[in-house]
Structure formats: structure tokens, C-alpha cells
Design a protein around this ligand. Structure first.
Ligand code: SF4
Ligand code: SF4
Ligand code: SF4
Length: 763
């Protein structure tokens, strides 16, 4: 296949060379570029317009696509030949047809051979080969409206991208319209009689519009090109292999389990590194396993086999390799510490501003990260793998007159005891490593004792007569679980139903070509996978309110009041989706990319803190974005805003806040006395996990349990919960934020909430 692609490219080059030689000897371009000669055709127009139109089309295609003559010549020619309006049509038709033909030639002859080469350049890759095709369209729009690249080259080049043929042709036609109109109308003015000035005036207005549109587009899109980075992170790892990796954990773990655990570590490290403003490189061993490491860590800048006899030599050579690429700072880390966050890496980079070398210790006397500004010769310590390695290396640094800085100390996971301590810290929420935690929990699942507690606490499990271990065997029920987490709260083994459901969902999405194919979720994905109503206009502040999608849908009046009050205190607002619905449907990778883009935009805008209104967004984004997240209630208390509310109010706790209670603790700061847990029987409001599409009757039953509690009112702090209780007939559900802000507002139903969030795009 690859070979075939090369041959096609060679044939294409030979054809181009043939045309150039022919043109040199026979002067085709001089002939077709001569306006006087072309104008002789005008005399025939009155007699036979169709024939002249056909001749014009052929000449234009040959002239601007094959012979690379400027397209402007043919737009002017069309104006003189056919007059303004027919001229625009003729020119657009001919140039679009030519562009489409050149595109097909580029796609057939060049794509296989040239695409892999272009993809190696990260800027071109970002601009021309995005998964959603949006970048390609933007580039198409810019190059068609702003003539900065030769027209004929563009056409062949678009054949190499992934953009679809019909999409390309239609957009080419549309985007060329302003430029073609300008030249054609101007040219028609030259040959017009008395009304010349009307043509020139129209052309001048068009010129101003085209220039303004071009400048606007360039300003909006071209500025987003990634800046060249000056920092690099080196990840030093063995490729996970059963029996060869993490072997000190054996026999506590089997060889296969050691491999899986190591893979989970790598996934966590990769996730943290994605938010670090640095290029990422992997130095791996053994050298023949490059394909495996590329698959595990697909988005690195480079992959190098380690070389050198000792660990010190290998690290030294890795730094030398990286500094040959002119980076100003580089840090190297291993893969035994999955709990490192983006902030840890960024802190290390920052410490390099005031130190020559940064060396961050592990709790057992080694180090997990070493960084420097130039390749330093500091690695010749007596022995690696001992509890004095950190000390010995620091001594080396100082002996060479270099200044050393130190990051926080961390636990590295080498032994059974380390893993036990780490698991405990995960359970206590002291560290975060989602992939490692998921793997550990999955292993735990094997330990189910079939006590039945999960089944008795969950309407879904009860309906299908199974416990969580049974749920593992039923991937077809992936979208029937409400992701409420109640099973985990009662399971003596800490087995988590949400993880089982998410695992089933991800598996299904993967097996269907990385797409959620279920039509029940089409609308939600259309809206939220790359949020349609996102608006960053007022998000260039250090602190920004993150409303989420649902609060503004159901509480627009409260939201506006809050936004206005915060604005007066120098706080901005962002309308965006956190990505949780996309992730919950099994398209976690899309959600991850979305979150990374959001984080990058916010950091570029100088945002440091997000004030979270929705507990779903908060818990989803926590640990996934490297920004400070604070609940709206803590922020209101900090700012001295909001009124006191009575104690003893009947509360329904939204699922995501039930364990850590970050939001509830914030709300309690406004209470005269504690609230009442008035709805302990209610498993979920019915909206969780998008399961209502599969289990409408169960969702209704959950709401009925709320009714059965016999309370006159229900207070909660998730707008989706309020809306769902009300939609199902529980008219007395209220959001506690409105009460604290003293805004009277009733939740709208029907399509109104969608309109409320849609208009935020233009606010
Ligand atoms: S509660 Fe836990 S241990 Fe008991 S049956 Fe369910 S999953 Fe198994
Ligand atoms: S997460 Fe909720 S719905 Fe899913 S199994 Fe557990 S209790 Fe049942
Ligand atoms: S969790 Fe819900 S409310 Fe929050 S942003 Fe995501 S979809 Fe919107």
C-alpha cells in the first residue's frame, strides 16, 4: 500500500514536470494569460452564449489549475465577457469545477504518500488532520477568502487532507463568492457605459467587506497556532510486559497483573502530562517494543529507545538528546508515581527558574523527578536502587557548584507494602490516580461475596435479579445503570457499579468504531460533544463562574443576578459543558480532548480559578483540569454574599456529592441549623447516567419514592435534579442557590430550558 502511494506521487511529479516543459516550449500560459486574445471571444457571446461559457470554463480550468495562472485574470475576464452577474456565476462554476478536479487528482496521486509526511509536523497536523474536520474547514475558508496561497497548489493540497469531496466542493463555491464577486463586478465596470461608477462602488464595498472578513478570520483563527514550546518532559519507562515489569510486586500480584498495573500508571501519567505546557518524549526499553509504547502513549512528541549501560548513563543520554532540540528546560520522570499531577510538573519547571537542577525525592530515599536547564553531568552515583540515591545525587550536584531545588516528596510504588499504603491514600482521597484506582477496584470486584446488599439498594439491579458481579456479565445493560453510586456506598468490598457500567459503555463505543451509535443519545451528543452554545467572551478573568449547561437552562433569572453581582467583583463567566455527559455515554476520549481544549483556552486567557455551580461538573472536572475549582457556596461565603436560610429544611442530596459532600458543606455555611436527610430512600432523581432513555419506568419509580416521603417541599443543589422532579410531577422541588440568593424563580419545562441555554452563546 505504502509502495503504491509512492508510485502515484512519482507519476504525479512526472506529469507536472511534463506540463512545465511543454509550457516552456509552447508558451501555453502566455497564450491563455493574454487578456486581448481572450477578449476576442467576447464578440461571439451575443451569438452563442452557451458555447462561449463552455470555452471559458475549459480555459479557466486549464489556466488556473494546470498552468498556475492567477485566478484573478479569469474573474476579470468573466466580468468583461458576461457582465457582472452572469460573470460571477461563470467564474464560480469554472473555478469550483477546476478546484474539484484538482482535489481528486491530489487525493488519488498524493494522499497516501504525502499525508504521513505532513502529519509529522505538529502544526500542519493540527490544522489539516483534525478528527472533526473543523480545522480543515477554517483553513479552507481562510485560504479561499484571503488569497495568501497560490490557488492551484491549494486545490491539490486539499486532496491530501481528510476533508470530504462534496463538503470541500460546496464550501469552495461558497467561500470564493465574495472574492470572485469583487473582481467580476469591478471588471464589468471597466466595459460598462454610463453606469461605471455603480459597478466600481459595488466592487469597492465588496473589497472592504472581503478585507474586513479576511482580517477578522485571520485574527480569530490564525492566532491560535500553538506556540513553540521551550520545555520538555521526558518519561522514562520499561514497556509493560508480563513477568518483566513491576516484578517486585510479585508474587503478591501475578505477572499479568503487574503488567496491567503498570499500564494503568502510564495512563494516569499520560493524563496528567496532557495539561502540562511542555512537549513530551518517551525513552523506553526494550528497543524492539516501540509499537507497543506508541499504542499506549499515542500523543508524545518523540519515542526513543534508552541507550547506555547504567541507569545514570541512560538518563544522561536522554537529557543530551532533548537539549540538542534547543529546549530551555527539561524534566525527567519515571513511571512508579501515578499520583503526580500537572501542577507537580509545572512546579518543577518553575523551580528551574531559580535553580540549576531540580531533584524531587521519593519517600524511600530515591527520586521521582529530575530536571535541568542544560545537560549536566551528575548521574555517576555509586549504586542505583538504594535509599541514598537522592542524597548521593544532590551531593554530586553541589560538588559541581550547581544549585539544587527540591519538589514535594512522593511515594513510589515498588512493593506490596507501597501498593497497600497507596490504596489507602486513594480511598482517603489524599491522592488521585483515576486509572490506577479503577484497576485496583476492578481487581477488588473479583472478591464479591454475594451478600446481595447492592441488589437490595438498587432498583435497576433488583429488576434484573443480579448483584454487581452479575452486572459484569451483562454488557448489554450498559446504559440501564443510573450511575448513582448507591451500590458502592453499601458494598462491604467497595465494588463500584458506576465503574462497571462505564467500562461496558466504553467497550461498546470502542467496538463500534469509537462512536456512540444509539439514536437515543444523538441529540445530547450533538449538543454537548463540543458544546454548541459555548461562550468564552466574558471568561478572561482570573476567577470565572462556570455555570454548566443546566443551571442557566432552568434558573436563568438567578444565573443573571449571580453573574451581574460577580461581575461587579471582577469575576467573569463561562458558558461551557464540562464534558461529563459525553464521557458518561462512553466517549471518554472525546470528553478528554474537549476538556484539554477548554483548559488551554482558559489558561491562555489568564484564568486561575473556576467557581462551580453544578456538583456534576465539579466532581467530573476535579483532577482532570489543572485549575483551582471552588464550589459557588464557598465562594459566596468568601465574598460575604447570600442570605442565611433556616435549618431543618428537607434536603435531597444529588448523587455526585454524597460521598465527599464538598457542596453540602459549603451550603451549611448559610444554614441556621443542619438540614434534614428527608429522602434517604430515593436512589437518584431519575436523570443519572442518561439511563432514563432505557429505563423510563424505573426513573418514574425513583421520583415516586420522593413523593412517598410525604414532605411538603424538597431542596437540592443540582438544577437537573430539580427539573426532573418537577417534570415528573413533584412541583415543590427547589434549588437552594435561589433561596440563598433570594431570587424567586420557578423551573420552566418543555423546550424553554433549551432556549435559555442556547441564548447564552450570544450573551
Ligand atoms: S454488595 Fe458488594 S459484595 Fe455484596 S453482592 Fe454486591 S458487589 Fe458483591
Ligand atoms: S450505580 Fe446506581 S444504578 Fe448503577 S448499579 Fe449502582 S446503585 Fe444501581
Ligand atoms: S454536568 Fe451537567 S450541567 Fe454540568 S456542564 Fe455537564 S451537562 Fe452541563
Amino acid at each position: 500500500m505504502k509502495q503504491n502511494g509512492k508510485w502515484k506521487a512519482v507519476i504525479f511529479i512526472l506529469i507536472v514536470v511534463g506540463i512545465l516543459i511543454g509550457n516552456h516550449y509552447f508558451g501555453w500560459s502566455d497564450y491563455l494569460g493574454d487578456m486581448n486574445r481572450l477578449m476576442k471571444i467576447k464578440d461571439s457571446v451575443e451569438d452563442n452564449t452557451a458555447a462561449v461559457f463552455a470555452i471559458y470554463t475549459v480555459i479557466t480550468i486549464i489556466g488556473c489549475v494546470v498552468l498556475a495562472l492567477p485566478g484573478v485574470t479569469f474573474a476579470l475576464f468573466a466580468g468583461m465577457l458576461f457582465g457582472p452577474w452572469k460573470g460571477i456565476l461563470a467564474c464560480l462554476f469554472a473555478t469550483t469545477l477546476g478546484a474539484a478536479m484538482a482535489f481528486l487528482v491530489g487525493r488519488f496521486f498524493l494522499k497516501d504518500a504525502v499525508k504521513p509526511m505532513l502529519e509529522k509536523n505538529k502544526i500542519l497536523k493540527k490544522l489539516l488532520f483534525t478528527k472533526d474536520g473543523k480545522s480543515e474547514l477554517v483553513v479552507l475558508m481562510i485560504t479561499r477568502m484571503v488569497p495568501i496561497f497560490p490557488y492551484n497548489l491549494q486545490n491539490f493540497a486539499y486532496g491530501i487532507t481528510d476533508i470530504g469531496f462534496w463538503k470541500y466542493t460546496a464550501y469552495t463555491f461558497v467561500f470564493m463568492f465574495p472574492g470572485v464577486s469583487f473582481f467580476t463586478i469591478g471588471a464589468a465596470g471597466l466595459t460598462a457605459g454610463e453606469d461605471k461608477w455603480k459597478y466600481f462602488l459595488t466592487a469597492a464595498v465588496l473589497a472592504v467587506l472581503v478585507t474586513a472578513a479576511g482580517l477578522l478570520i485571520r485574527k480569530k483563527f490564525l492566532k491560535e497556532e500553538p506556540e513553540e514550546r521551550t520545555q520538555a518532559v521526558i518519561l522514562f519507562t520499561r514497556v509493560p510486559e508480563a513477568g518483566k515489569t513491576k516484578t517486585r510486586l510479585m508474587p503478591y500480584l501475578t505477572g499479568e497483573e503487574c503488567k496491567e498495573l503498570h499500564m494503568a500508571f502510564l495512563k494516569d501519567i499520560r493524563m496528567a502530562l496532557q495539561s502540562v505546557q511542555a512537549d513530551r518524549y518517551v525513552f523506553f526499553t526494550p528497543p524492539e517494543k516501540e509499537a507497543e509504547i506508541r499504542e499506549l502513549l499515542p500523543d508524545m512528541e518523540g519515542y526513543y529507545p534508552q541507550s547506555g549501560d547504567t541507569l545514570g548513563d541512560r538518563m544522561q543520554q536522554a537529557f543530551e538528546e532533548i537539549f540538542r532540540k534547543n529546549y530551555q528546560k527539561a524534566v525527567l520522570t519515571g513511571t512508579d508515581i501515578p499520583q503526580l499531577t500537572a501542577a507537580d510538573y509545572e512546579e518543577a519547571m518553575k523551580l528551574l527558574d531559580t535553580n540549576d537542577v531540580i531533584i524531587s525525592p521519593t519517600e524511600d530515599g530515591g527520586y521521582y523527578l529530575i530536571g535541568m536547564k542544560a545537560a549536566e553531568d551528575i548521574f555517576d552515583v555509586p549504586h542505583y536502587g538504594t535509599n541514598t540515591v537522592w542524597e548521593d545525587t544532590v551531593a554530586n550536584i553541589e560538588k559541581r557548584g550547581r544549585k539544587a531545588g527540591f519538589g514535594n516528596s512522593h511515594l513510589d510504588i515498588d512493593t506490596k507494602e507501597d501498593l497497600e499504603v497507596f490504596t489507602k491514600r486513594l480511598e482517603e482521597g489524599k491522592v488521585s490516580a483515576p486509572h490506577t484506582e479503577a484497576w485496583l477496584k476492578q481487581r477488588q470486584r473479583e472478591e464479591c461475596i454475594h451478600c446481595g446488599k447492592c441488589t437490595r439498594s438498587c432498583l435497576f439491579l433488583e429488576k434484573y435479579h443480579m448483584d454487581l458481579k452479575g452486572f459484569l456479565e451483562h454488557p448489554e445493560l450498559a446504559y440501564h445503570c443510573f450511575l448513582c453510586g448507591r451500590c458502592t456506598a453499601v458494598c462491604p468490598k467497595g465494588i463500584d457499579g458506576r465503574e462497571i457500567a462505564l467500562q461496558h459503555r466504553e467497550q461498546k463505543v470502542k467496538s463500534e468504531g469509537n462512536r456512540v451509535t444509539d439514536p437515543a443519545y444523538r441529540a445530547i451528543l450533538w449538543e454537548k460533544n463540543q458544546y454548541q452554545f459555548a461562550n468564552y467572551k466574558n471568561a478572561s478573568y482570573e476567577s470565572v463562574l462556570f455555570t454548566g449547561c443546566n443551571f442557566v437552562s432552568f434558573y436563568p433569572k438567578t444565573a443573571d443576578y449571580l453573574i451581574q453581582e460577580l461581575r461587579q467583583r471582577g469575576i467573569g463567566v463561562l458558558y461551557e459543558c464540562c464534558g461529563k455527559p459525553t464521557a458518561e455515554l462512553g466517549a471518554g476520549k472525546d470528553a478528554e480532548v474537549h476538556l484539554q481544549q477548554m483548559e488551554r483556552r482558559l489558561k491562555e486567557a489568564g484564568v486561575k480559578e473556576l467557581i462551580m455551580v453544578c456538583p456534576n461538573c465539579y466532581y467530573y472536572m476535579k483532577g482532570r483540569v489543572n485549575l483551582r475549582l471552588v464550589s459557588i457556596y464557598d465562594k459566596l461565603a468568601e465574598l460575604g454574599m447570600g442570605q442565611r436560610i433556616p435549618g431543618g429544611l428537607p434536603f435531597y442530596y444529588p448523587c455526585p456529592d454524597r460521598e465527599e459532600k464538598v457542596f453540602l458543606k459549603g451550603i451549611r455555611r448559610f444554614m441556621e441549623a443542619e438540614e434534614r436527610d428527608a429522602f434517604p430512600e430515593v436512589q437518584c432523581c431519575g436523570l443519572g447516567g442518561c439511563a432514563v432513555a432505557k429505563e423510563p419506568a424505573l426513573a418514574k419509580e425513583m421520583e415516586k419514592l420522593a413523593e412517598a416521603a410525604g414532605e411538603a417541599e424538597l431542596y437540592t443543589y443540582c438544577a437537573s435534579c430539580v427539573s426532573n422532579f418537577r417534570r415528573n410531577g413533584y412541583g415543590r422541588a427547589e434549588h437552594v442557590l435561589s433561596k440563598i440568593l433570594n431570587v424567586q424563580e420557578k423551573v420552566p419545562l418543555g423546550v424553554t430550558p433549551i432556549l435559555h441555554r442556547a441564548v447564552r452563546k450570544w450573551k
